[in-house]
Ligand binder design. Sequence first.
Ligand SMILES: [Fe+2]
Length: 227
Amino acid sequence: MLTEYHCHVLPGIDDGADKVETSLAMLDIMKEQGVEKVIFTPHFYCHRERSVERFLEKRQEAFEAIKDKSPIKNMLLGAEVAIENGLSEVKDIEKLAVQGTKLILLELPYRDYADWMSEEIYNISAEYSLKIILAHVHRYLEYYSKEQLEKILSSECIMQVNNEAFTSWSEKKMVKNIIKDGRTIVFGSDAHNISDRKPNWDILQKKVKPEIIEASDSVLGKFDVKK
Ligand SMILES: [Fe+2]
């Protein structure tokens, strides 16, 4: 079941879909491209939010606005949580895991790597027994040194890859190496709209072998909370 692990489809909650019509248009495109299951991952920045609880309320309201009209019926709520210093100590942070699973999507900062980032990742996984998914790892090629990237890639995290990585020579090379190393990968469109950052599952299916995509689809079930 083709699964979308990373997108900004929920209306009016972040820099993704601005209104219900945009959300539904994005879901229509995804459906046409074969997506059958979607995890909604609006941005969560702890320095901007009043509390996790309030964020979850806003997320629920945005979801209510589209859930009955969505052309894709298999939907789960999650978040793209920005790694900030002290994140692991934020109250209720574990509630940002993908609904019904032990998976949480974390986004590294776009700045020089620092050890506190690894510490936050470790603390969140250890304290709450969560499996970390690192968002679009290929986007950090220009920020981190080779050693820092290797340190990140050698961690136990699941690597999330944006479909558009396959349109860039250097990013594609990095992703192919991650695949070759046998790392667990999940794919996402990271779609924000229906113009310059629209759903792009057509790219992935053209560039990647079906078994690699199927492996991504199967990750969700392996981290069900009931297991
Ligand atoms: Fe994102």
